[in-house]
Design a protein around this ligand. Structure first.
Ligand SMILES: [Zn+2]
Length: 498
């Protein structure tokens, strides 16, 4: 069973009486999406799909936490740095989008996430959490936490093992400068509160304002460790996961549970934890712009293969990816291999896992291997010709991706070539002479080894000689496939002329 199916079964067992099950997930959209970002919506979506398959009614809410403070300028926004600097510390939903494309800075990256979800076929109900605050949906929770402030604080201190100084359940939005990161609440009566805007958070400083406001004015947000358990109540969450960083001892998963049980007096919803997506051993960084953005990735990899890459490993395993072109091609090939697996009884465990992930990622639409499409496209630069030669209309479903690889110049070394035939000499000429028009790729491949053995030369050397004759370099795509793609007749004509 795939982990998502196991989790779905737990949800069903735990919430027997619920007519509609609710899966939630969320994130702060403060920078370009990376692979780890995709997990934030892909994983809950897959769980929701499993629940649907089991005949249950399901809602999946994706919560955009854009009421959080804008705390760093992404590398790709450097050209607007001067303009954006003035807004550091404000809620992301109140920072203008310098590109002018979206409603706010937070929405800019939410809109990007939406486009990626769309491409991957992930369709949640999207919630901009600032709207929920404006509509007063968090009010009763804020009042509860203020009323029980002492107990809440004790729980958080006990869980985190840290003394909380100048702490309040609320973060006020300064009426003067609009920042939420630089204020501290200094007094409240359970409804009205006073704050001072004088905190230095490193990336920005308070303006000195002293102000007063009230819960019903909605110029505040709950601190993360209270905001999270409150939203799980608001959405009636049955299950929500979080990355390993939230699941550490004393982390926010722990406090969420304690607050839910001891302050709210409810059972904590089901939870699960997932590993980091690392890029060659390092965490992705939104602000430093490390790593290939998903925006780029979805142009070069079919969506099914991206989902497969994220759904194949175990849930709690850290996924260490390497987004260099050879690795990406290998990832596509692994998905293609999974698509060819037979039915279950014949599979070994590792293959079963591949097949489960494949079934969740979406069916393969192309009959020609991606690597072969790369070979044909570079040879003919014309999809009509490629369709005709491969006999596969379906190759068009990956045509756009293949073109991107060629256009961007990211085709792995052995697949990047152009056909530059030269006159064959000696053994190469003798070998080519023996080929027949109808020979298939495997026959040709084996023939090289047989011929090398017969002549007492190293196969590797012979391969290199043949590549040199055809491509002007010593390495290339799998030779059998390459010769079939060019056409045996044509090769003979081009290389064996006298
Ligand atoms: Zn201020």
């Amino acid at each position: 069973m795939h982990w998502s199916e196991m989790l779905a079964e737990r949800v069903i067992a735990e919430y027997k009486d619920r007519e509609e099950l609710v899966v939630t997930g969320g994130m702060t959209t403060s920078g370009p999406a990376h692979l780890g970002t995709i997990c934030e919506f892909l994983f809950p979506w897959v769980i929701a799909q499993q629940l649907k398959r089991k005949g249950r009614q399901v809602k999946f809410y994706f919560i955009a936490d854009i009421f959080d403070a804008f705390d760093s300028i992404p590398a790709e926004m450097k050209e607007w740095e001067g303009e954006l600097k003035a807004h550091l510390g404000k809620p992301l939903c109140n920072v203008p989008d310098p590109t002018g494309e979206s409603e706010s800075f937070g929405d800019h990256y939410l809109d990007e996430a939406k486009r990626i979800m769309d491409k991957l076929g992930v369709r949640p109900e999207i919630v901009r959490i600032n709207e929920y605050y404006e509509q007063g949906r968090f009010d009763e929770w804020a009042r509860l936490f203020l009323r029980k402030e002492k107990e809440v604080k004790e729980i958080l201190e006990r869980v985190s093992g840290r003394k909380l100084k100048n702490w309040s359940p609320l973060m006020a939005v300064c009426a003067h400068c609009g920042k939420i990161a630089t204020t501290r609440v200094v007094w409240h009566d359970g409804e009205r509160f006073r704050y001072v805007c004088d905190v230095d958070v490193g990336y920005t400083k308070g303006c000195g304002e002293e102000g007063e406001s009230s819960i019903s004015e909605h110029k505040w947000k709950l601190v993360w460790r209270l905001h999270w358990p409150a939203w799980k109540q608001i959405f009636s969450t049955c299950i929500e996961g979080a990355g390993v960083d939230h699941h550490t001892r004393g982390g926010s998963e722990d406090s969420c549970k304690q607050i839910t049980e001891q302050i709210i007096g409810k059972k904590h919803p089901l939870s699960y934890k997932y590993g980091f997506v690392l890029l060659r051993g390092k965490k992705f960084s939104k602000s430093k712009g490390i790593g290939l953005s998903v925006r780029e990735l979805i142009k070069i990899m079919p969506p099914q293969t991206i989902k497969y890459m994220l759904l194949r490993p175990d849930l709690e395993e850290n996924l260490n990816v390497d987004l260099t072109p050879p690795r990406l091609l290998r990832a596509i090939e692994e998905y293609e291999r999974a698509s060819r697996l037979p039915e279950k009884p014949e599979l070994i465990r590792a293959e079963e896992k591949m097949l489960e992930a494949y079934n969740l990622s979406g069916e393969r639409e192309w009959g020609v291997a991606f690597a072969d499409a790369l070979v044909y496209y570079q040879l003919y630069k014309n999809w009509e010709e490629v369709k005709e030669r491969t006999g596969e209309e379906s190759v068009m479903s990956i045509a756009g991706y293949v073109e991107e690889w060629v256009k961007k110049g990211i085709v792995p070394e052995e697949y990047a070539f152009s056909y530059r035939p030269s006159k064959a000499e000696g053994l190469v000429a003798e070998f080519l002479n023996r080929l027949k028009a109808g020979d298939d790729a495997l026959t040709i491949h084996n023939a090289v080894f047989d011929f090398a053995r017969e002549k007492g030369v190293e196969p590797k050397k012979l391969f290199a000689e043949i590549y040199k004759t055809l491509l002007g370099k010593e390495r290339g795509p799998r030779l059998g496939k390459l010769l079939v793609a060019i056409g045996v007749e044509r090769v003979k004509r081009d290389c064996l002329r006298s």
